[in-house]
Design a protein around this ligand. Structure first.
Ligand code: BTN
Length: 263
């Protein structure tokens, strides 16, 4: 991806008038970690950090997020919405919709991403994007801040994915001639995020999320520690929880956790 470097001015040009305060770095440990530190020091809502490369990219459940230079986009936003911790799932849901819309637009409608509840985006059955929302909650259960982190594999890594990710991870595009793709995609995602309601809670966003869901109606395993519990996904409910039915007939609404598709 020659010349395809992140550049604040380019992002701003594509984005136009914005409430976001955009900062670009070539390399950081983790955009989420850096932003959490700034948030604790009182940084304002709307601070965005975008990086070319992360040396310690973080995923959910303490996992790492492979973040090689040149081919990916690693971005975090500091948000201070007036919502309860219980509703923070809507931030991830909204971000998944925003990223899906942005990918669809940048690909001129050729790529329609699928969302795997709750925070993964897939293209051609491979994970191309992960979202990690980390929040700080006050004693009354309201969010002090949330750091919304989005990591996208735009193109295949220069030395391909590590062996353990080869069957799972993919990239949005296989190649490009567009030397400004990264800046355009960053701007498009921010543009979409900017249209979301301040509360992040919206029935229409939830419906769009449901439409892109790759899990509804599927036979899956809920992963609980070492255990894999078979069940069927019934729906994504009004609180963005995944409603499943276990083989004994019991129904449960999952608020978080890992699910793998049964093949
Ligand atoms: C996951 O797949 O479990 C979530 C991955 C989230 C990765 C993004 S990249 C930008 C931000 N900084 C991080 O360290 N993680 C998130």
């Amino acid at each position: 991806m020659e010349n395809n470097l992140l550049n604040r001015k380019e992002i701003m040009t594509y984005l136009g008038k914005t409430q976001f305060d955009i900062h670009v770095k070539s390399v950081v440990t983790s955009t989420n970690t850096v932003l959490k530190e700034l948030a604790k020091k009182g940084e304002k809502s709307g601070y965005v950090l975008v990086a070319e490369h992360q040396t310690n990219g973080k995923g959910r459940a303490g996992r790492s997020f492979y973040s090689p230079a040149n081919t990916g986009l690693y971005m975090s936003l500091l948000l201070r919405p007036n919502i309860s911790a219980e509703n923070s799932l809507f931030i991830t849901v909204s971000a998944a919709v925003a990223v899906s819309r942005a990918i669809e637009k940048i690909s001129n409608g050729k790529t329609i991403p699928q969302i795997k509840w709750v925070n993964d985006i897939f293209v051609n059955n491979k994970k191309v994007c992960g979202i990690l929302t980390e929040s700080s909650v006050d004693s009354s259960g309201m969010l002090e801040f949330a750091v919304l982190g989005i990591g996208i594999n735009i193109l295949p890594p220069e030395n391909d994915f590590p062996k353990e990710l080869l069957t799972i991870a993919g990239s949005v595009f296989s190649a490009t001639d567009d030397t400004n793709l990264k800046n355009k995609l960053a701007a498009e995602i921010l543009k979409e995020l900017e249209t979301l309601p301040d509360s992040y809670i919206s029935e229409s966003i939830l419906n769009e999320y449901r439409k892109h869901s790759m899990l509804v109606g599927k036979q899956v395993f809920v992963l609980s520690g070492e255990k894999k519990i078979p069940c069927t996904v019934l729906e994504i409910d009004s609180k963005a929880r995944l409603v499943v039915r276990f083989e004994n007939g019991e129904k449960k609404a999952l608020l978080s956790g890992e699910v793998s598709i049964r093949l």
